[in-house]
Every structure is written in C-alpha cells, then in structure tokens.
Design a protein around this ligand. Structure first.
Ligand SMILES: C[S@@+](CC[C@H](N)C(=O)[O-])C[C@H]1O[C@@H](n2cnc3c(N)ncnc32)[C@H](O)[C@@H]1O
Length: 278
C-alpha cells in the first residue's frame, strides 16, 4: 500500500531529513511485536523482536514505581513504548504514555500504531528532538530510551537501516547522552529509566560522565540480542532522604555532548520539531 505523508506548511524550510520524509512514498509493512501488530516501512527502523524485553523490564519496574506517566524516547514507530503501555494495563496499573521521536515518518507510524493498540489511556506522540521534548515541570515515573547507538564509522555494517535511526556519532553515544540528560531532569524520584545501548563498553564509557544525579542500578544482556539494556535511577544526595530531593535547575542552552550528563534544557522560543541532529 502506498501512502504519502502530509505536505509541509507553506514557506517552511525543512531539515533535509524531514524533506525526505515528505517526498518519499511509503510502502507499509506489518510485524507482530509481542501482543501488538505494528505498522512500519522500509524508511524507518524495523521492529527488532528482542527489544520486547525492554518493554517487559520497564513494565516490571512500573509495578513498584510511583504513579505518573511513562515515556519512550527515540520511539521510532512506537512499538516498545506501546508494548510497555499494554503490559501496564494488563498488570492492572494503566499509565498515560508519551512517545518522542524527531522523525516525521516514524511519528506518523507511532500515531497509527497507538490508535490501533487502543490502550485506553492517553497516548501522546511528540515529534521532537529529545533535547527539546519536555517542559521543565514534566516528570515521568518510568522512562525508556532507545537512541541510535552505532558509532558513525560502523554504520556501514547495517546497510538496511536508515542512517539517522542508527548513527550515534563518533562513539555511538551522542543521542544516548541527550537521553540521559533528559532522564536526569524528568525522572520522578523512585522511578527508573531503561536505556538501550549496543555494548557493555558503551555503558562503561558513560558511567564516568554521570553527574551526581544518576546512577546505574542494573544491566541486562539478552541472549542473541544485538544490544544491551541498562537501568538507571536517581541518586539522592547523601545527606538528604529520597523524598526531599529536587532535580537541579536546567543549565544554559547548548551542546551537552562534552559535559557530564545532567539536566536537559528546554526553550519554548527555540523549540524545534524538525529532524534528528545526527
Ligand atoms: C535506534 S532507533 C529506535 C527506534 C525504536 N525505538 C526501535 O527500537 O525500533 C532510534 C530512533 O531515534 C530517533 N532519533 C535520533 N536522534 C534523535 C533525537 N535527537 N531526538 C529524538 N529522536 C531521535 C530516530 O528517528 C529513530 O527513530
């Protein structure tokens, strides 16, 4: 089935990646993902079956996490976040869900998949860079993140995959750093984040960059998976109980790649919902 995404508004200059999304005809495909039927195309990353484990782990963590919304960063066509949301419903703790991705086509599929999944809770798809997706006061009980994690020099090993969906910059961690900055700023005390990366070595590389806000609680390797999962939690200051802890104020706008992972920035004026920056 061929379909064309919506035309852009008049007089808008598009990021080249978004322009591609609007030019390209889309041949829809379908995949089973755990309990869900997911719509996607060759222009976005195809659902990878092993990543259902990320949804399962997040749902387990949500059982004991505080009340509140859940979110998936870098959601692609939304299957991990939607499976997570479905499992929360099935486990008796339905949650409102936010899905974030910078790619126009991926967000279109995520909306269609959300409509089909019909969780019975509020599901919002935000077409945005992770770095600009949230208001300062927004918090989430459990956060899931699946950033591109392939080092730029190795993306040629995955010729079938769209470059912007897998290219994580020189060490593969550029967007992961942005996700962690968002987690540090928007995770509720007592909640958890489950981040997907490529290798144990990538987790080890990020640990020294974590500031006083976050700590690694657990890692999980999934047999046969091309990827690894890591759970992060907020680290309360040593002299304060977890309930008195407040997220630090956001730092000045700018590139956070070379700084320790910390609070993200959000600026209504600058808010940009175009495409990825990799
Ligand atoms: C590895 S794919 C994951 C997609 C989906 N969650 C999955 O597992 O199939 C990474 C996704 O991140 C999105 N992305 C890349 N950079 C981003 C950014 N800075 N902000 C938001 N989304 C971004 C891409 O569009 C892509 O859909």
């Amino acid at each position: 089935m061929l379909d064309y995404p919506k035309s852009p508004p008049e007089n808008v200059t598009l990021h080249p990646c978004r322009a591609r999304a609007i030019r390209t005809p889309v041949r829809k495909r379908w995949a089973r993902f755990g309990p869900l039927t997911i719509e996607f195309s060759d222009e976005v990353l195809q659902p990878r079956p092993w990543t259902l484990e990320q949804a399962r782990w997040a749902a387990e963590l949500a059982d004991t996490a505080p009340d509140g919304r859940i979110v998936e960063l870098c959601c692609g066509v939304g299957q991990i976040g939607l499976a997570f949301g479905r499992m929360c419903v099935d486990r008796g703790r339905p949650r409102d869900l936010v899905l974030v991705d910078a790619d126009t086509q991926a967000c279109g599929f995520a909306r269609a998949n959300a409509a089909r999944t019909a969780l019975g809770t509020d599901v919002e798809v935000r077409e945005s860079l992770v770095q600009k997706a949230f208001r300062p006061d927004e918090t989430f009980s459990v956060m899931v993140a699946d950033p591109p994690w392939v080092p730029s020099g190795s993306t040629g090993r995955y010729p079938e995959d769209p470059l912007w969906a897998i290219d994580g910059g020189p060490d593969g961690l550029d967007i992961a750093r942005s996700c962690l900055a968002s987690v540090a700023r928007h995770l509720q005390p007592g909640g958890s984040a489950v981040l997907q990366l490529g290798t144990d070595a990538q987790i080890n590389a990020l640990i020294p960059e974590l500031d006083e806000t976050l700590e690694v609680a657990e890692r999980r390797s999934i047999p046969g998976a091309n990827g690894i999962l890591v759970r992060l939690v907020l680290r309360p200051p040593a002299d304060q109980g977890p309930h008195s802890w407040q997220a630090p104020e956001a730092g000045p706008p700018g590139d956070n790649r070379s700084r320790p992972i910390g609070p993200s920035t959000f600026d209504d004026e600058e808010a940009d919902t175009t495409c990825t920056d990799h």
